[in-house]
Design a protein around this ligand. Sequence first.
Ligand code: ZN
Length: 212
Amino acid sequence: MPSLSDLDRVILRTFVPLTAGAGPAPVALAQPTSTLPVSFPPHPRSLSHVASVIRAFTTELYSASLRDSVCSVCAQLHPSSDVQWRAAQSFDFSLLDRSGTGCVRAERLSSADLVPDVQGFILEHRATRIGNGGDLELQICGPCERSLRKKRMPVLALANGLWLGDVPPVLRDLSFVEKLCISRYRHNICVVKLSQGQRKLSGNAIVFGQPI
Ligand SMILES: [Zn+2]
């Protein structure tokens, strides 16, 4: 049997009580918080435990869990589990009607066109449907639903001055680099991470116009 160094003896005295005849057989480890000995190496997991781990893993990665859905009020993509279908009558949508305020304008196809307001409620219509009873139903995210139930304008609602109109087909699904190429301005900022974990801007923020 090889001789133990002083450091080995300290480690063994600290973590593993020396027992006579200790060899490949399991060794009992001292447990400071429990009087029950824990065998080492641990026993293999039972099949039921392995099955529960695999079940939890597949549930997390199930396609329905990863799918995004759009909110009809803010038009933001959210995980499908965070977006619910609600009957339109359960909300007071008068907040979302910005007719005549000038903050929600219809699309213009040329600079010579007039600038008309969008009439009616400002909703993402792809996230609306007619329910079984013939009533209008909306797909809505949690933050928007909570704000509307408190009769407050949701911060990210399209009706809160964030309406840009429908995105043209050629500009949908652009990659990050493609978005950089078509942007009219390019900005340069330096963000540093502090030792406390926060982030802050350092220096100047510079914006360059691009000849688009
Ligand atoms: Zn929303």
